[in-house]
Design a protein around this ligand. Structure first.
Ligand code: ATP
Ligand code: MG
Length: 395
């Protein structure tokens, strides 16, 4: 009987060992599955993190773009609540910095013209409406696009500052009108006298001389005008480079030589102070600058008047001052004399062959050098024009 007990005991031990082996195997299997799942989870987590990072980066890029866009951008939902507005749009439409939530753009801005355009876009058949608004001295072109995506409606508005191009276009139109007018006057005179000559109406010797001289003077005016216009556009287009060392005092002397006949005729007293000062520039521009300034100082002066030219250095800038004790410029005209064709007294300027382009040419030359020009003038006492030009390193 004893062996039965032993056999049962052995069986029990065997069963216990089998169970233990099975348990261990199961545990190992579970652990492997768990490990694998953990690995998959970690990989998923990693991918998720990567996607999140990518999304954040994309969002940051979009935010950066819209933040720094010079154009304004505004996105509205179907009830005109602002979903997105960048800094430019907020500034252009005068929208308060916060508290946009759940508020229609119709409450957030009081810009009537903009709101009217937005209202119009809603009733228009076109999904794209374009209009130019004038906001605080600026011209803003707005593009209103009504959109619909997956059943969601909204509006995207782009606001573009077109002040520069509108002003440039206006200036171009004014310039063309002025040029046409300026060309027409002398041409009409020349044509009239030409017809009189041709028709045999001018026969007396004195008349022939008188009207012949008139035709010559008007033709000269035309030539001056055309030369000035060509010069102005050449300077504007930076045709000549500023790459040669120019001695300012020498250029001033060369301008005085050119102007010598009118200096003598008007018995002017001219003085020049300042020694050699080299500037990286273009000799013809600097001479032209002096000719125009000194010519004005003589032309708008009295016989026997004084003109002083001073050249000096102010840190990294060359300072040129041309002053006279002439007729001076009235206050209302002082901000306009650098405009093309602007003349305080048209007849006085014309009588002296002026086209009103001299100071525009000077201003363009100064701008090309990144310099500044300023003016001080007192009616009846004289004018002083100061120019500062940066001294660029001469290699
Ligand atoms: N030194 C000055 N004194 C008084 N008025 C001046 C002086 N310089 C310029 N002006 C005024 O500014 C206007 C514009 O000058 P600007 O040199 O551009 O033209 P302009 O002298 O009339 O013609 P242009 O120079 O083409 O011969 C002049 O018509 C004149 O009325
Ligand atoms: Mg002039």
């Amino acid at each position: 009987m004893e062996w039965i007990a032993w056999a049962l005991f052995a069986l029990a031990v065997l069963l216990a060992v089998i169970f233990e082996l099975l348990r261990r195997h199961q545990k190992h299997r579970l652990e492997t599955v768990l490990k694998n799942e953990q690995k998959t989870l970690a990989a998923l987590q990693q991918r998720f993190n990567l996607l999140q990072k990518e999304l954040k980066r994309e969002r940051d890029v979009i935010e950066l773009i819209q933040k720094h866009m010079v154009e304004g951008i505004l996105i509205l939902d179907d009830s005109d609540k602002i979903q997105l507005a960048n800094r430019t749009a907020v500034a252009q439409l005068g929208i308060a910095g916060d508290g946009w939530d759940q508020k229609s753009v119709f409450i957030l801005t009081d810009n009537g013209e903009f709101l009217e355009a937005l209202r119009k876009s809603k009733t228009s058949h076109n999904v794209h409406v374009r209009q130019t608004l004038k906001i605080d001295e600026k011209y803003i072109r707005i593009h209103i696009n009504r959109i619909e995506m997956n059943g969601i409606a909204g509006t995207i508005i782009l606001l573009v500052d077109v002040t520069f191009s509108i002003k440039a276009e206006k200036m171009r139109q004014e310039f063309t009108a002025n040029v046409s007018h300026e060309l027409k006057t002398p041409l009409t005179t020349i044509k009239g006298f030409g017809e009189m000559f041709g028709g045999g109406m001018i026969t007396q010797k004195e008349d022939v001389q008188k009207y012949g001289a008139l035709i010559e003077r008007e033709s000269e005016r035309l030539l001056f005008l055309i030369n000035d216009i060509i010069r102005l556009s050449e300077i504007e287009e930076h045709t000549d480079l500023l790459d040669t060392p120019v001695d300012l005092a020498l250029s001033a002397k060369s301008a005085l030589q050119i102007l010598d006949p009118i200096i003598q005729r008007n018995q002017m007293h001219i003085t020049l102070t300042g020694g050699c000062l080299l500037l990286k520039s273009n000799e013809s521009y600097i001479r032209e600058l002096f000719v125009n300034l000194i010519d004005n100082a003589i032309k708008y002066n009295n016989v026997g008047g004084k003109v002083h030219i001073s050249i000096s250095r102010m840190e990294q800038q060359a300072k040129i001052v041309v002053s006279d004790n002439g007729i001076g410029i009235p206050l209302h005209a002082q901000s306009r004399i650098f405009e093309r064709f602007y003349r305080v007294d048209k007849s006085r300027s014309k009588q002296r062959g002026g086209t009103g382009l001299g100071l525009s040419i000077v201003k363009h030359i100064v701008d090309y050098h990144n310099g500044t020009i300023s003016l001080r003038s007192e009616l009846g006492h004289g004018t002083e024009i100061t120019i500062l030009l940066p001294i660029r390193h001469i290699s």
